[in-house]
Each structure stands twice: as structure tokens, then as C-alpha cells.
Design a protein around this ligand. Structure first.
Ligand code: CTP
Length: 435
């Protein structure tokens, strides 16, 4: 399938297909980012209706937002143009009917205060008050100077707005247009898009704490050399994102990769297999799901040199002895929590041949209820992949797709298996006892 809007091909480009968003702009310099956000929402498949306050018009013109959204922009409660072909001169009512969400970006300190008090003296605040509160969620992307953001009044308003049912998407930190540095920048358009996609995702892992390993490990030979592998970490990062979208609290323990951290995910960077084991050991008690996607080095140099190993001119290479690394997945899967069914373990198998046989054997050897097989040379560094899910009931192939799409399918499959678990068949994926 090709997305006609942005020309991208693939199954992951229309995450907001079928969604109708009302994008509200209140006054702030971050209005310039709203233009990019509007484009991003449309590229993701949404339809976007823009509503602006008078203050927002000081920063960006309705002409720009109309051109980007492909729809007339509404700025006044006295605007009598029909909305959705309804001509009753009630834009404040009609604009929110049929919307999947209202997103205020930027949401100024003043606009938050207005929302809090239920004031309705302009079209945007009037429309927010008049929205069907149970059907049309309100998402806020605050944007303001750091002093305004940290002011007790603003912080109080944020708490109360959440209590009133709004979803506050958070703020960025850094250099501000006023020249100061701190909290209060509007999130970047791509960050907001990721949060909005997550907002709409089914919360199949709500209440779960998912711990993911990802990427390669690096085993030092000396201070400037080491042994690693071609794992890019893309699958593990996609799984972390998909699990967060599904409502889980997610911790990602990542080997040396330069990928951006998915929104809302806690990331711990590690280097060696031993570092990864330590990071997991300290965190696995809080987890209910463990997903091991990392390509952990099987061996490390037994005695890494503290200094760079120099050529001695003899023509002989240095003799490196190796020590086997602890199998992190097998260690976790044999833990009391996993055996008692309190921790659902998922392993990956990167094979070069005989995928099914190797994956089945690895599942039993690692003692995990679910093992995901893939062909290593076909997946390392790639954006797409093909997976083979192996559990006690058989084999589920997941056909070739983007890693993010596969990650979302896998998260769904994990949630289904966790829901189906009973006290009888929890431990290590044993068959349910025959009755
Ligand atoms: N794994 C791990 N710790 C290790 C080695 C592997 O946690 N020291 C995990 C991987 O993250 C993956 C699974 O075990 O989930 C299988 O890894 P893989 O490299 O395919 O298998 P190995 O156990 O290394 O077996 P082999 O190399 O013989 O295929």
C-alpha cells in the first residue's frame, strides 16, 4: 500500500488513518511548530480541522494552516460558515462533533487557565467546553516560558485539568525563544505525533512492566578494540515503543546503538554482556514481562588488556582466550518469578538456517513460553523483517512488515498469551493439564 499523501510505502505510515483531529492553536511562539505538526498528522492519515485563537493569529496565519490542513480555518464564534455542511451558525458545537480528539498545540498558560475555569469567550475555549466530554478527548501540549511553566498557578492548573479528564502531553526542556533555558518548550511535532499515536492504541498491556533488552553488546579486547555484532537494536526499540503504546511501563536496556529513545520509555545504556546482565538483575524484580531481543555476545575476551595491545614485530597475532558470557534470558527464565508465572519471558532466535527447528529447540533450552525466530542476516540493520512465533501450541508466522508493525503484532500476541495463562500452565509454557 502506498500512502498517497507522503509517497511513503509500507504498512506503518498511516497510523492515524480514519482519525479526525481538531487542532487548536492558542497564542505562543510555538505556533510555528503547529504547522509541522499539522503536516505530520495528515501524513499519518488523519484529517485535521484547525481552530485558532486571536492570539495565535499573531504568530501564524490561518492561510498557512488552511493550506496545510486542506480545510478552512475557524477563528471566531461569530463565523457563520457551515461546518460539516451544517449551517446553523454554531461552529462551537459542530466543530467537535465527529472528532476523535481535540489537540491544543500550543496550549498557552492563559488558555490552560481559561479551560480550567470553563471560560468560553472565544471559539476555541467555547468549543472545548461544548465538546461531548466522554466522546471527544482533550489533549494539551503546553508551551510557555520556564518561569510561567513552573509557577504554582500553572502547575496547579495542570493537575486540575488532568483531574477534569484532559491528557497533558508534557513539555520539552532546553533553549527557549525568550533566551532562557528550562522546562516549557512545546514538544517537537514528531514527539507529539508519537504520543498521539500511542494515545489511540489499545491498552492491552495496561498495568504491566515490560523490560526489554536490545542491540548488540561490545566486549573489550583492550581500550581501543572490541568484539561486537551487526545488531542495530531496531527490533528491540520498536518493541519498547509498541509496549508503551499498549499502556505498559517500559524499561529498555540497550547495548551500544545510536537510536532515539521511544517516547515514554526509560532507557538504560550498557556496553558489555556483563553490564547488561547487571542492569537486568537490578530491574527484573519489578517486571512482569521480559523480552530479550539483544544480540548478546556469547563470549568475551578472558583477560582484556588495560593498555592498547601493540604489534611486537614478530608477525604473530596475540592469542586471545575467551570466557562464556552468562545467558541473560535463560537466567531470568529460570528465576522463581518466571517459574511461578509472575514474569512472562520472550526470547528471540537469530538463525542462519533451519529456523523452525532451531527456534523450537531454543525455546525449550531457554525455558521460555514464547520464542521469536528470525533469520539474522535478513534482519540485522534492516527496517523490515519476518518473524516466526513458537510456543507450546505451535507456530505463528508474522509475514514481512516493518519492525514497528511486527512489534505491535508481537505485543498483541504476548498480551493474548498472558491473558490465556492459568495457574496450571504458567510455568515455562507447559501444556495445560489434561482434564
Ligand atoms: N541471550 C541472552 N544472553 C546471552 C545470549 C543470548 O539473553 N548471553 C538471549 C538473546 O537475547 C535471545 C536468545 O537468548 O533472546 C537467543 O540468542 P541467540 O544468540 O539466538 O542464541 P544463543 O543462545 O546465543 O545460541 P546460538 O548462538 O548457539 O544459536
Amino acid at each position: 500500500m502506498t500512502n498517497q499523501v507522503n509517497g511513503l510505502s509500507g504498512d506503518e505510515t498511516l497510523d492515524l488513518a480514519g482519525k479526525h483531529m481538531v487542532l487548536g492553536l492558542s497564542g505562543g511562539i510555538a505556533c510555528y511548530k503547529a504547522a509541522e505538526l499539522c503536516r505530520a498528522l495528515i501524513k499519518a492519515g488523519a484529517t485535521v480541522q484547525v481552530v485558532m485563537t486571536e492570539a495565535a493569529e499573531q504568530f501564524i496565519t490561518p492561510v498557512t494552516m488552511q493550506a496545510l490542513s486542506g480545510r478552512p480555518v475557524y477563528t471566531s464564534q461569530w463565523d457563520s460558515r457551515p461546518v460539516n455542511e451544517i449551517s446553523n451558525n454554531m461552529a462551537h458545537i459542530n466543530l467537535s462533533r465527529g472528532a476523535d480528539a481535540i489537540l491544543i498545540a500550543p496550549c498557552s498558560a492563559d488558555f490552560m487557565a481559561k479551560l480550567l475555569h470553563g471560560r468560553a469567550d472565544d471559539l476555541l475555549s467555547l468549543m472545548c467546553l461544548a465538546r461531548p466530554i466522554d466522546k471527544v478527548p482533550l489533549l494539551l501540549a503546553p508551551a510557555m516560558n520556564r518561569e510561567m511553566y513552573s509557577h504554582p498557578a500553572t502547575q496547579r492548573n495542570l493537575v486540575q485539568l488532568e483531574a477534569d479528564g484532559a491528557t497533558v502531553l508534557g513539555v520539552g526542556t532546553g533553549f527557549q525563544a525568550c533566551g532562557e533555558t528550562g522546562d516549557g518548550r512545546m514538544l517537537e511535532p514528531e514527539q507529539l505525533l508519537e504520543d498521539i499515536i500511542a494515545f489511540f492504541a489499545p491498552k492491552v498491556l495496561a498495568g504491566q512492566h515490560v523490560l526489554v533488552t536490545a542491540g548488540p553488546t561490545y566486549e573489550a579486547i583492550d581500550p581501543v578494540r572490541g568484539i561486537t555484532n551487526l545488531s542495530s537494536g531496531k527490533m528491540g526499540f520498536a518493541i519498547a515503543r509498541a509496549a508503551r503504546e499498549a499502556g505498559a511501563e517500559v524499561t529498555l536496556v540497550a547495548g551500544p546503538v545510536s537510536l532515539p529513545t521511544p517516547r515514554g520509555v526509560t532507557r538504560i545504556d550498557v556496553k558489555s554482556a556483563q553490564n547488561m546482565l547487571e542492569a537486568i538483575t537490578g530491574r527484573v524484580q519489578a517486571a512482569t514481562v521480559f523480552i530479550a531481543t539483544a544480540a548478546v555476545a556469547d563470549w568475551r575476551p578472558a583477560a582484556p588488556s588495560g593498555q592498547k595491545i601493540k604489534k611486537d614485530g614478530s608477525g604473530h597475532a596475540p592469542q586471545l582466550g575467551f570466557t562464556e558470557n552468562t545467558d541473560i534470558l535463560a537466567t531470568v527464565a529460570h528465576s522463581a518469578a518466571a517459574q511461578a508465572g509472575k514474569l512472562f519471558c520472550v526470547g528471540f532466535a537469530a538463525e542462519s538456517h533451519d529456523l523452525l527447528e532451531n527456534a523450537q529447540a531454543k525455546r525449550l533450552r531457554k525455558n521460555v513460553p514464547l520464542l521469536v525466530g528470525n533469520i539474522g542476516p535478513d534482519t540485522f540493520g534492516q527496517d523490515h523483517n519476518t518473524l516466526l512465533l513458537v510456543d507450546e501450541l505451535g507456530v505463528t508466522p508474522l509475514p514481512r512488515a516493518s519492525k514497528l508493525s511486527l512489534a505491535r503484532r508481537l505485543v498483541q500476541e504476548i498480551a493474548t498469551r498472558m491473558a490465556a495463562r492459568t495457574p496450571h500452565n504458567r510455568a515455562s509454557g507447559q501444556q495445560p493439564a489434561a482434564s
